[in-house]
Design a protein around this ligand. Structure first.
Ligand code: PAF
Length: 320
């Protein structure tokens, strides 16, 4: 494993401070395959076997958190869940060009690898997979065999505004699953539609990975944590709380027995163009199929996307 790097420190942390472990960094597919071959081979034998042997020396339960870096507390919550449930935790950091449309923010997406690595080491993450674009798309992203999610998962809500997004996500996630071969993978509920796409991916294509959705982590004023919050100016940051307020209002009206049309009139909070908002959607959908609902019937999800100035924000409230 020639170009495998290792990083982070040993056991100098004082008692009570965050755990710091040696986090291995792997950048090439060949090294990842070699690591995986050494790390137990129960993947294809399914979840049950892996759970039964959790902690066994030759077959650790592997947890995986795919990310695009620029890590915040929301990502760290996923790592925490993985640590609690698994023997070995792998995090990938790859800003996937395939899921960005040409006009989107691929070029300026925050890249903060050193800080990400420090945080992951403190969390006790075992391995960071940090491939280049050339490693993941050796013939270029436009020449890869793509996974296209079915409608309506692919085409509604986010898909209506980002038509190639879920194709890019599903393709790279499947590739990462095939490389890492985790028993379980953790995704934030903040990207609710993405979570449903990944669940459908493993179900429809018989990928032996358990998918765990982790509730959204919020700032103290309710704003959902997101790497893109870094784009918000000070005034926008204050205004951004309206997004969750609008969702909460819809939920309150649902609890009061209103129907969806009445409740989504709460979107007026987000129709304040003078405050910089452009509402893209505010919908109430079935919790799994994402089919639009006219009445609040559990399980449902209230989902929204809006631009505040140039910054696109998404959020949701899940009602299981
Ligand atoms: O949610 C993300 O960060 C990305 O969409 C993912 C799942 C890592 C795929 O690139």
């Amino acid at each position: 494993m020639t170009d495998t790097k290792t990083s982070a420190t040993t056991s100098t942390a004082p008692a009570g401070s965050k755990e710091t472990v040696r986090t291995q960094i792997i950048e090439s597919l060949a090294d990842l395959r070699a690591w995986r071959a050494q790390t137990g081979s129960l993947w294809l034998k399914g979840q049950k076997a892996a759970k039964e042997t959790r902690g066994g020396a030759d077959s650790p339960r592997i947890g995986f958190v795919p990310t695009m870096g620029a890590l915040h507390q929301g990502h760290l919550e996923l790592v925490k869940r993985a640590k609690a449930d698994c023997d070995v935790v792998v995090v990938s950091i790859f800003v996937n060009p395939f899921q960005f449309a040409p006009h989107e923010d691929f070029g300026k997406y925050p890249r903060t690898f050193e800080n990400d690595l420090k945080l992951l080491s403190e969390m006790g993450c075992d391995l960071v997979f940090y491939p280049s674009e050339k490693e993941i798309y050796p013939r270029g992203k436009d020449s890869i065999m793509a996974v296209v999610p079915p409608s309506p998962l692919n085409d509604t809500l986010e898909g209506a505004f980002r038509p190639t997004f879920f194709r890019g996500v599903a393709t790279v996630v499947l590739k990462l699953f095939n490389l890492v071969q985790p028993h379980v993978a953790f995704f934030g509920e903040k990207d609710y539609q993405q979570l449903q796409v990944v669940k459908a991916l493993v179900e429809d294509l018989d990928v032996p990975v358990e998918i765990v959705g982790v509730p959204t982590v919020r700032e103290s004023d309710g704003l959902a944590m997101s790497s893109r919050n870094a784009y918000l100016g000070a005034a926008e940051r204050t205004e951004a709380t309206s997004l969750y307020k609008a969702l909460s209002l819809v939920k309150t009206m649902a609890d009061a027995g209103k129907d969806v049309a009445e409740a989504t009139a709460a979107a007026s909070l987000l129709r304040k163009e003078e405050k910089g908002w452009t509402l893209q959607y505010l919908s109430v959908c079935h919790g799994k199929s994402l089919a639009p609902l006219e009445q609040f019937q559990k399980p449902y999800v209230i989902v929204t996307a809006a631009k505040l100035g140039e910054v696109r924000l998404i959020d949701n409230i899940v009602v299981p």
